[in-house]
Design a protein. Sequence first.
Length: 143
Amino acid sequence: MSATNRPGTIVLLSRLAKAVIRAADEEALGMKYRSYAGLTLLRDKAQTQKDMCHAMHLDPNNCVLLLNELEAAGHVRRVRDAEDRRRHIVELTPAGKKALAHAERAMEDLEGEVLGPLSPEERAQLRELLERAISGAPAGQPA
């Protein structure tokens, strides 16, 4: 197959992402994949609700629905920003940290299955390249 007949990199990334999302079993993760994705953003630090929505490429309505689910599950809490009472800060709760750790173990198993054909060095290189691409990617419009 010539290079012009092969799918582009973005198409391949989309296919891989869809395969992972389909394989990310809610029962194994202990939550929906989108909840897992949201919790990973809060792993290292709390964020404003607006920043979290932007990082996940969600429109504000869908982001609020996600945060409502996470809050109802006890995984996050929203508190008013002391510096700007109009903003909410989203924090991971202890229960959220525990749920995230469980989901991450399940995702490690899934990653092993999906990226099985790659060597550990290739996996590390892929991760580095994806991180670089994401850090330089335009924000675009919310999904």
